[in-house]
Design a protein around this ligand. Sequence first.
Ligand code: AMP
Ligand code: ZN
Ligand code: FE
Ligand code: FE
Length: 285
Amino acid sequence: MIDLHTHTTASDGRCTPRELVARARAAGVTVLSVTDHDTVAGLAPAADACEDAGIEFVPGIEITAVRDAADVHLLGYFIDPAAPELAAFLAAQRQKRLDRVGRIIARLEQLGMPLDGEAILRPALEHAGTSIGRPAIARALVSGGYVASTNDAFDAWLARGRPAFVAREGATPENVIAQIHAAGGIASMAHPGLLGRDLWIAALVAAGLDAIESYHTNHDEAATKRYRAVAAQYGLAVSGGSDFHGDESHGAPNPGSVSLPQEEFDQLRRRAASRATASGSNVSS
Ligand code: AMP
Ligand code: ZN
Ligand code: FE
Ligand code: FE
């Protein structure tokens, strides 16, 4: 089983890197990538745990870009977690997340739903590498008794078009792809079926996109087939994974519940190796 899309407590996942790797091992995962939102803080502990568990580890990330007020999630693979330029870029992304979460909390207070903002922000303030987002607010809304589930929190208040939604500021997809390349990695467009903006793919390919995440929890068989065809049409590799968050009410039930076929992974790895050769840097794995 090859799962190249998972989250930990370094962003909005509920498992620590070690817990995630234990769950992955129990599920039979043989190759794992941790792809937290806008942070590499989970990669070192996950790499150590994978080594102990005999799982091949791929350093990854999921970066949020913005186009026409829509969030475009870009996955980076085989990145160098220590690349200084990437670190500075991600620190700025996380600061914008903090600002946005603070504004959403203020909006909710105006709407009659006061939350303990300090408690929500604390993990990110105490650990600069920890990335925060709307799920932390969704959980606080559940704890506060304002909604029954995090899904309801998004549907009623936090999603685009809902009363507590605050638009995010962010980098363009082209900039994010360049950041991933500069850190020695390759870029894959995350869950295009969730985004629903296939017309944007051509511009991303022109900016150097390397792969498309064809296999994903929220892609049915038809979507997987379509995005494999789109990847083939543009000469791109294919990535895939569960997008496991360790959250019963949201997303995949287990790491490995979506698996990338071995031959697709081999192709993705070749793509990373040839990009590294072209840029003269090393591919870490
Ligand atoms: P943000 O990073 O602030 O834009 O929040 C988006 C994140 O919220 C994504 O990573 C999703 O995985 C997560 N998310 C989306 N819908 C839900 C939901 N219904 N419950 C929990 N998390 C969600
Ligand atoms: Zn997430
Ligand atoms: Fe995503
Ligand atoms: Fe994700």
